[in-house]
Each structure stands twice: as structure tokens, then as C-alpha cells.
Ligand binder design. Structure first.
Ligand code: WT7
Length: 571
């Protein structure tokens, strides 16, 4: 279909009427969309790739448009079937088995996707890591998951402390290297030798496929465990919220190190047999617009932080590009500011559709549907088949317009099934039948949900979730830092920035150099997005009598707000 027809199609949506869908839909009805409903044989990799590759009408359709500054490639569904079969054979050769954790620590590239589906095809669990992670972040995740294999590049290998990871038996290197020990496997050499035929490992719908590490307010990042059954939700939300239709060209800007980059950067489009654009490398606003126009992207899923960056680049930058192929835009990750919606109207003549969900929910939960009247600033309404409510701390539902915990009735298809190695943590999410999100919100009398903020100390900076504990732990590893308390400070461009309050050890004097050194220490040890943009030195850090850092108090001080109840404050 040419660009004009796509643009002209604005307005014809898969979901005709939200109310009707909400009343009539049930998840059972989605099962018939998958081949396992007839064969009984389950694997999400089969449904996303092989099913299309085995279909004569679909096998030559471009599945992946890969576009990076130095590389531009197209891969059909059949290409992806064969490349992932090859990688599955490599995994089998090195004895990777069902349930093993295999991690990916590498940039987005066609090799990534072959490896990712290869892992799923042997029934193993994939753990994608964001490439900006530094040593500590990589170590924490590989240690906790007890991953036995890692796929990475020779450059990123420097950040993998192999000697501290006894479970990690093998490392697949994608790219030129001079390693000779048996620990290392050469990606290209093995792929050249591997057969393109593979008998996929059939699994149970409740078997694991993915571990995504995410931050909470206490402790190290936790491994959120997702199962093959999530495909029901990926598929149906792609139909009704992304509104994916045959001939669409879809682009999700998220990295697969985060759940948006897997659920909606991989599964949602491919389960629906849609052409998917993957942009690799770092990019400027001009690159973003060229990606949209060069590939005739019609449906675009991104985040407020990206929209704000494009907005900052000005209307002139947008006007240099032909953006007429775009017919539907969506957003996730942080509140979508009404100014951003107005910018979208000007730049694209389209309303940006906000969606709300979390790593733990595995798929979209509360959304703005093309078929619905939207209220700017609202996250929208629950997906059909999802029950959402505002509850008090005992799990009682609150009436309209009252602020409380945003909660979801447990049991939706893509819900996390465990926190890796930590059943207590998993349980702590639930209050009776409710999954409690950690966000506060209210619902208006017409059923629209309005986001208010996080109830815990989790920081959302440029759409990335950062746990204060992780940053504090890293800060106090620096020789000059005695104590640290970390908060999110409101910021117009990034949503929040990370601000650290620290006390210095005896013998250290405050100086700009020292503060910069401490910042770099977190940046190079943990990750760039976790490095505090502001560091302030204090004589002491407020703590409760039981020794907990009172981040809420730090935040009130920072914002000049009343300090509230400080009765538990240590003398
Ligand atoms: C937290 C989850 C899964 C998507 C990427 C983020 C915040 C998410 C919205 C939205 C306001 C939002 C919430 C949530 N969040 N979407 N549309 N409006 N806030 O996943 O890293 O697990 O973070 O992101 O606070 O709890 P995540």
C-alpha cells in the first residue's frame, strides 16, 4: 500500500467501539489466533516468526527493517526463521537447555534478534540487558539470575566481571576478537557452520521466556519473570491500541533492555505479522524524523522524553521531513504532558495516545484507544478484559475522584509470574485479589484514569526507572562518601532528575572536582542514567530510628514543602 492510502486510512480502526469491546471481550477468544489452539504446541517464537515464515503468502514479507548510521538491512520472516534456527542450533551444541537463563548484552542489531528468538526456540529464558549498563549493573543481574550463557560484543565484554560470575559458563562474542579460551564462542563462525533447520522446543504456556530486571525502592533490581502466555496480551493490545493493520510499518523506539522494547518492540508487531523498524545507534532529532519518513512508518510508539526532545528541536526540524506516512502515535513510560500532545497535533496533525503499564504487567493495561474520546492528561481506560481500580491501603475500592493506589485485578495474560529467586517480593505486590502498582491515581466519574505520581521512592528519569537504593549503594562505595540519600527532583525535560545528598568522610573537603568525580564514579560503575545530576553535601542524612533513610524528608526540603510527620526521625 502506498503512503497516501495509509494516510487516507486514518480513522478506520480495528476496535470500532470501546464500550462494546469492554463489555463483550474475553481473553478466551484470542486463543484461536494462535496455531497452538489447533496443534497444542506452544512457543512464542513459533507464533511470532515461524508461523509467518511457513506461510507462502507471508514468508517473503519484510519483518525487520534494520537501520543504523552505518548499516541498513531488510530481513523477511523466512530470514528470521533461519537465522534464529541457526542460533538455536548453536545453543543446543553448547548444551543450553529449557529453563536456562541466557542473557544478551549488546546493541540492537539483526544478530540480537536471531539470538533472542534462538534462545526462545530452545525453551530457554532470555535476559536482555541495556547496553549502557556498567560493571555493577551487569554483575547484579547475571549473579541473581545465575545465567549460564551471555551473548555480548568484544567491546562490552570489558564490563562483564567473568571471574565473579561462577555460573556463567560461556560467552558468545559478536564481532572480531582474539579470545582463544573455551569460554568464548565466536558468533559468526558458529552461525556459518550451523544448520538452518531446527526442531523447536515446545513448551507450556506457563513456562518462562523472559527476565526483565527492574528497580524498586529497596534492594537490588529484581528479575521480573514472564511466560509464553503473555502472547495473548501482546497480540490483542497490538490490534486494539497500536491498531496495527496489514501493510502498516511500525516503529517502537524502545531498547529491548526494557520491557517496551520486547513486548512492543518485538512480540506485538511480529505476532501480528507486521513489518517492524528497528533503529540502532544513537540519534539526533533529524535521524528520528528521517527514520519515520525514509521507511514510511505509519504507527509509532515512543515516550514523552523523546517527544520533548523533538519538540525542543523546533518546528523547522520537523518541517524538513515528509511525515505524512504516520497515522497513529503512542506514548508510554511517564506522564504525557498536555504541551506534548499539542506539539504532536502541530507536527503530525495527530493526537498522541498515552498508554500506562509496567515491567511487571508485561503488556498495556490502561490506554487511550483510537476509537475513544480522549481526555488530554488522562492515561485512558482499562484494556478490555482488564479490571482496574483505585484502592485504599486495605484493598477496598475507592469512589470516583478519590486518590489512592492504582490496582489491577490479578490474572491478566501477561502478568509477571514470579520475581526471580524472591517469592516474598512477588507476594508483596498483592493485596487480596489486587495487584498494587505503586502508582497513585484517581478515576473520574466517566471511568478515565489520571496518574498522580509514584507512592514509593522509585525515580522516573526520562522514562527510565531508577531505584534510589542502587544509587545510594554505589555512592557509598566511593572513598569520600560516608552516607547517601537519593531522590527524584522534578525536571521539565526529564520528568525527574536524580539528586543525591551525601555526607563526606573525615579528611575530605567539598569541591567541584570531588563532586564531579563522585558523579563519574556512579556513571562508570553503574550506568549513565543512574548517575546523579545534582549532588549536595550535608552534615547528616535524615534517618528513622530504625536506620531507614527518610527520602521523603529530603524531597520536602528540596522542594521547600512542609516536612510532615517527622516523629520517627532519629535524634
Ligand atoms: C512505571 C513503570 C512499561 C512501560 C515502560 C515503563 C510510570 C508508565 C506511564 C504513563 C504516567 C507512567 C509509572 C509506572 N509510567 N507509563 N502513561 N503515565 N506514568 O515501565 O520501567 O516498569 O516503569 O512508569 O510510574 O509504575 P517501568
Amino acid at each position: 500500500m502506498d503512503v497516501k492510502t495509509l494516510a487516507a486510512r486514518k480513522g478506520e480502526h480495528n476496535m470500532k467501539d470501546y464500550k462494546e469491546a469492554y463489555e463483550k471481550f474475553d481473553w478466551e477468544s484470542v486463543k484461536s489466533q494462535f496455531s497452538w489452539s489447533e496443534t497444542g504446541k506452544v512457543n512464542i517464537a513459533h507464533e511470532a516468526i515461524d508461523r509467518h515464515a511457513d506461510n507462502p503468502d507471508k514468508k517473503d514479507q519484510v519483518a525487520l527493517i534494520y537501520s543504523a548510521p552505518d548499516r541498513e538491512e531488510k530481513h523477511t520472516f523466512e530470514d528470521l526463521k533461519f537465522s534464529s534456527n541457526k542460533f538455536a542450533n548453536v545453543l543446543k551444541k553448547y548444551d543450553v537447555k529449557k529453563g536456562d537463563r541466557v542473557f544478551l548484552f549488546m546493541p540492537r542489531s539483526p544478530e540480537f534478534y536471531a539470538a533472542f528468538f534462538g534462545i526462545l526456540k530452545v525453551g530457554a529464558i532470555a535476559g536482555p540487558l541495556f547496553e549502557a549498563f556498567m560493571e555493577q549493573a551487569v554483575r547484579d543481574r547475571l549473579e541473581d539470575s545465575e545465567a549460564t550463557m551471555l551473548i555480548t560484543t568484544p567491546e562490552l565484554l570489558e564490563r562483564v566481571p567473568l571471574e565473579q560470575l561462577p555460573h556463567l559458563k560461556q560467552v558468545v562474542l559478536v564481532g572480531d576478537h582474539d579470545k582463544t579460551s573455551d569460554t568464548f564462542i565466536d558468533y559468526h563462525k558458529e552461525m556459518d557452520e550451523a544448520s538452518k533447520d531446527f526442531d523447536i522446543e515446545w513448551v507450556d504456556l506457563e513456562d518462562g521466556m523472559l527476565l526483565h530486571y527492574t528497580s524498586g525502592s529497596t534492594g537490588k533490581p529484581k528479575g521480573v519473570y514472564h511466560v509464553h502466555n503473555a502472547m495473548l496480551q501482546h497480540y490483542q493490545t497490538a490490534k486494539w491500541v497500536l491498531d496495527l493493520q496489514e501493510d502498516d510499518v511500525y516503529w517502537c523506539t524502545a531498547d529491548p533492555g526494557w520491557v517496551t522494547g520486547t513486548s512492543y518492540g518485538i512480540f506485538a508487531p511480529w505476532l501480528n505479522g507486521i513489518t517492524n523498524v528497528i533503529r540502532g545507534g544513537r540519534f539526533t532529532p533529524d535521524d528520528w524524523y528521517s527514520t519515520l519518513s525514509n521507511h514510511n512508518v505509519s504507527v509509532w510508539y515512543s515516550a514523552p522524553t523523546a517527544f520533548r526532545k523533538l519538540m525542543g528541536a523546533g518546528a523547522e526540524t520537523a518541517q524538513k521531513h515528509d511525515l505524512s506516512s504516520v497515522r497513529h502515535i503512542l506514548s508510554v513510560g511517564e506522564p504525557l504532558n498536555p504541551e506534548v500532545i499539542s506539539w504532536g497535533m502541530k507536527a503530525f496533525d495527530l493526537r498522541i495516545h498515552d498508554t500506562w503499564w509496567m515491567t511487571e504487567t508485561g503488556g498495556m493495561m490502561i490506554c487511550n484507544y483510537p476509537a475513544m474520546d480522549m481526555r488530554p492528561g488522562s492515561m485512558g481506560k482499562p484494556f478490555p478484559g482488564i479490571e482496574a481500580a483505585i484502592v485504599d491501603n486495605d484493598g477496598n475500592e475507592l469512589p470516583a475522584n478519590q486518590m489512592g493506589n492504582l490496582a489491577l485485578k490479578k490474572g491478566w495474560p501477561s502478568m509477571m509470574r514470579a520475581v526471580w529467586n524472591n517469592p516474598g517480593k512477588y507476594e508483596s505486590y498483592f493485596l487480596g485479589d489486587w495487584y498494587v502498582s505503586g502508582d497513585s491515581a484517581y478515576q473520574d466519574e466517566d471511568g478515565y484514569f489520571w496518574f498522580q505520581g509514584r507512592l514509593d521512592d522509585v525515580i522516573n528519569t526520562s522514562g527510565e526507572r531508577v531505584g534510589p537504593f542502587e544509587v545510594e549503594s554505589k555512592l557509598i562505595e566511593h572513598e569520600a562518601v560516608a552516607e547517601a540519600g537519593v531522590i527524584g527532583k522534578p525536571d521539565p525535560e526529564r520528568g525527574e532528575i536524580i539528586k543525591a545528598f551525601i555526607t563526606l568522610r573525615d579528611g575530605y573537603e567539598e569541591s567541584d572536582e570531588l563532586l564531579e568525580e563522585i558523579r563519574q564514579f556512579v556513571k562508570t560503575g553503574l550506568s549513565a542514567h543512574a548517575a546523579p545530576r545534582e549532588i549536595e553535601i550535608k552534615d547528616s542524612i535524615p534517618k528513622t530510628r530504625s536506620g531507614k533513610i527518610m527520602r521523603r524528608l529530603l524531597k520536602s526540603w528540596e522542594l521547600g514543602l512542609p516536612t510532615g510527620d517527622t516523629s520517627t526521625l532519629e535524634e
